[in-house]
Design a protein around this ligand. Structure first.
Ligand SMILES: Cc1cc2nc3c(=O)[nH]c(=O)nc-3n(C[C@H](O)[C@H](O)[C@H](O)COP(=O)(O)OP(=O)(O)OC[C@H]3O[C@@H](n4cnc5c(N)ncnc54)[C@H](O)[C@@H]3O)c2cc1C
Length: 461
């Protein structure tokens, strides 16, 4: 093994089944390119901060290039908000530098600990998808290393097929070296939030349908253990940007600064019995009780956008066996599937204590981008006996209702399932034939779910 590579087990954020990978962590673009052009053993994959849940950032017995040291900001235009940076820059770093100057990423997922490369590779969505679309709506161009064509600058206007295959393409078209993004101007680092309780899933969907357009940001927490007439009871947490004049004297004096908080950490793997239907029920009751209906509550960005980031290593709560996250999106005409899925989860008592529901707006142009018009439900499910057949049942429900699961979260779905959910897969594969005809790139997700090129790319070291 060449020296820059260390062999270590890697998994997704769910810590489900770590696999041995050969990992390198280059610091400069030329060192990265020389590794990619020669020394990397087996199929190659870029990795960001490992916040995807399943096996998309895992490459068993292949090379994994950790991009997090390639994190330089190259330029910023304070007139337009255009930022050029290396792909290993995290949204957290961008926020630290630019929020105090009145700029913020236009789309953020539920954690700030993702890299720009990872955000593009899964075309991540935020709480404003119904208004603004996904991350790629704010990406002007990328520099991409590909095995066959070398380094390309691609954009919606230049090598557009490569651009739209890379957006949401799970790292399989090449290594994103850098990107040009547009940040959004903000007046404060606070939102004005309205919290509303909904007695069941029908009431929550009704509220999304009738009033979501009044809010820039919208999401609901769902109690997956509730049954009968309370099935899918929810708390809607919706908000608009807060103007400094709406803030009380303290924050109004420093509207672009969020309070410094002590982040708690989960110091070790919890024993498997800690998270069980009883403890989850207790959590759900507390959450429902704590989030009383309120309007115009000012909440800082950290608390509103990234509540989980306040507990470091929270994924250890699921113990050594880890967990999976399952994200299912149903089109409007298939929304009855949400009820079927919640009923199945409630009956199986496999519900997570973090279940989130959101309404998506129009889908984007990425060939494998996940969002499409409809409703998206996200469940955390502990790894316990019977998990895989249970996920198969959820896949069946989703397929029967014309839905799709999210590749950043997927762990076990079969090739036929993914092919039925992503109608542009052939277009995506045509781009792979152009940029990587010999199958130099690969990942566990690609091999397991069949989205990569056929098996010639799997050559163990
Ligand atoms: C608490 C939490 C909340 C989340 N909330 C949301 C949410 O609201 N919306 C949402 O969409 N997602 C959400 N996610 C998922 C997360 O945003 C995505 O999985 C994201 O891709 C992770 O980025 P990363 O830098 O950690 O990438 P990794 O997980 O390391 O990698 C993800 C993929 O990106 C590829 N990749 C990474 N860097 C590069 C590069 N430079 N070039 C080419 N490919 C690259 C990898 O090969 C892999 O396929 C959440 C995750 C967590 C843990």
């Amino acid at each position: 093994m060449d020296e820059p590579f260390r062999t270590m087990p890697l998994a997704g954020w769910g810590r489900y089944k770590p696999m041995p990978c050969h990992v390198c962590r280059p610091e400069r673009r030329d060192a990265l390119l020389s590794l990619l052009d020669g020394a990397a053993p087996g199929p190659v994959l870029a990795r960001g901060l490992g916040r995807s849940y399943g096996d998309t950032a895992v490459n068993r017995n292949g090379s994994v290039v950790d991009m997090t040291r390639l994190n330089r900001i190259r330029s910023f235009d304070p007139e337009t908000g255009e930022l050029e940076c290396e792909s290993g820059v995290s949204l957290s770093e961008i926020i630290d530098v630019f929020q105090p100057r009145g700029w913020f990423p236009a789309v953020v997922p539920g954690t700030r600990f993702v890299t720009v490369g990872g955000a593009i590779a899964h075309d991540v969505h935020g709480k404003n998808h119904h208004r603004d679309g996904s991350f790629s709506s704010f990406v002007d161009s990328i520099d991409l290393w590909t095995p066959a064509l070398g380094v390309l600058t691609c954009s919606p206007a230049q090598d557009a097929d490569v651009f739209w295959a890379t957006v949401g393409g799970a790292g399989l078209t090449g290594v994103i070296l850098s990107a040009r993004l547009r940040l959004r101007r903000v007046e404060s680092a606070y939102v004005s939030a309205d919290y509303r309780r909904c007695a069941n899933i029908d009431a929550a969907l009704e509220a999304f349908d009738t009033t979501d357009e009044d809010y820039t940001y919208s999401v609901a927490w769902v109690d997956c253990l509730a049954r009968g007439g309370s099935l899918g009871r929810s708390v809607l947490l919706r908000a608009n940007p807060a103007a400094p004049s709406q803030l009380p004297p303290g924050p109004a004096g420093k509207p672009l600064h969020t309070p410094r908080r002590f982040n708690a950490a989960v110091p070790f793997d919890f024993p498997g019995f800690v998270l069980n239907p009883l403890s989850i029920r207790a959590f759900n009751e507390t959450f429902y009780a704590m989030n009383r209906p309120v309007t115009g509550k000012w909440v800082d960005y950290e608390k509103y956008f990234f509540p989980l980031d306040r507990v470091l290593h929270w994924n250890r709560m699921y113990g050594k066996r880890g967990f999976v996250q399952y994200q299912a999106t149903f089109p409007p005409e298939g929304r009855a599937g949400l009820r079927v899925m919640l009923e199945r989860c409630s009956k199986a008592r496999r519900a997570s204590f973090l279940a989130v529901l959101k309404k998506f707006g129009e889908g984007g142009r990425g060939m494998l981008s996940h969002p499409m018009r409809g409703y998206t439900l996200t469940l955390d499910i502990a790894n316990s006996p019977g998990l895989v057949p249970f996920l198969g049942e959820l896949d069946r429900i989703l397929l029967d209702h014309g839905g799709r699961l999210y590749l950043a979260k997927d762990t076990v779905a079969a090739p036929a399932t993914i092919a039925a959910m992503y109608p542009r897969l052939d277009e995506f594969r045509a781009v792979l034939h152009r940029v990587d005809p010999e199958g130099r790139l690969g990942s566990d997700l690609a091999r397991r779910s069949g989205i990569g090129l056929p098996a010639r790319e799997t050559h163990d070291v």
